[in-house]
Design a protein around this ligand. Structure first.
Ligand code: MF3
Ligand code: CO
Length: 256
């Protein structure tokens, strides 16, 4: 069953999205060599607490942290840790906020100091791929249109698109139907309808698409050790342009 949200539910999800966006802007300002992903995780958790919001990931299927922190060859679901970030690292911070029952989910990849040309190019293409996907998330299109647009944009760069993880419907829980792969065929799959709220979150590798799971049962990393990047927004499907609830450039972001 794919849910379509009411105007009231969408309002709550937009408020949650503003908090997520604002947190990402703060994280961008915090990122520097020497900081740890545990510091960032603590900051997110404390800020959510101050705003009467909850870290929806904490306790989700036994996950223990407010955020996921995935460094270099880690694709997703890395644990925040006490190791210092170093110049040249890339780190994806991903988290879901629950504010008064409205959910928002966004991941962003940060560069620590100056990074290799290879890493910078990967991040640029991955971010652009996210927006190519969002453009297709319009009432009447199909899920395959999103993946196809991303695939068509990414693969000519020689990068691998992760297949083992996908975007998803969101609200009332973190992961709802439908599944949104970041590759696919145009015109195929379930039709998108006004009021559906989904995430689009391409994970792109400089090498192959294959992933392997760490022994912690959570963290996925590239099988060939190549770098992996990810950008994610939560969006509301409409007849025209989708609403990006987690847009970091929107007006009215709360000061943290
Ligand atoms: N934002 C993450 C995702 O969409 C949430 C992961 S759930 C967690 O995959 F438990 F791993 F945090
Ligand atoms: Co997510």
């Amino acid at each position: 069953m794919i849910q379509r949200k009411s105007a009231r539910e969408i309002e709550l999800m937009k408020e949650a999205g503003k908090l997520v966006a604002s947190l990402h802007r703060s994280i961008a300002a915090m990122i520097q060599p020497g900081i740890t992903t545990k510091d960032i995780d603590d900051f997110v958790e404390q800020t959510l607490d101050q705003h009467g919001a909850k870290a929806a990931q904490k306790g989700y299927q036994g996950y223990e942290y407010a955020t996921c922190a995935s460094i270099n060859d880690e694709i997703c679901h890395g644990f925040p840790r006490r190791d210092k970030l170093e110049v040249g690292d890339i780190v994806t911070m991903d988290f879901v906020v629950d504010l008064n029952g409205g959910l928002a989910d966004s991941a962003w990849t940060y560069e620590v100091g100056s990074v290799s040309e290879e890493a910078a190019a990967l991040n640029k293409v991955t971010k652009e791929a996210l927006y190519k996907g969002i453009e297709q998330a319009v009432h009447g299109n199909r899920i395959g249109d999103i993946g196809a647009a991303i695939q068509e944009y990414v693969e000519p760069h020689g990068y691998g698109i992760v297949r083992d993880f996908a975007g998803h419907g969101i609200g009332p829980t973190i992961h709802e139907e439908p599944n949104i792969p970041h590759y696919g065929a145009p015109g195929k799959g379930t039709r998108l309808k006004e009021g559906m709220v989904i995430t689009i979150e391409p994970m792109i590798n400089t090498g192959g698409w294959q992933s392997k799971m760490d022994s912690n049962g959570w963290t996925a990393r590239t099988k060939d050790g190549s770098l992996s990047s990810q950008y994610e927004h939560t969006i509301v499907v409409q007849k025209g342009k989708p609403i990006i609830t987690t847009d970091q450039d929107q007006e009215g972001l709360p000061a943290l």
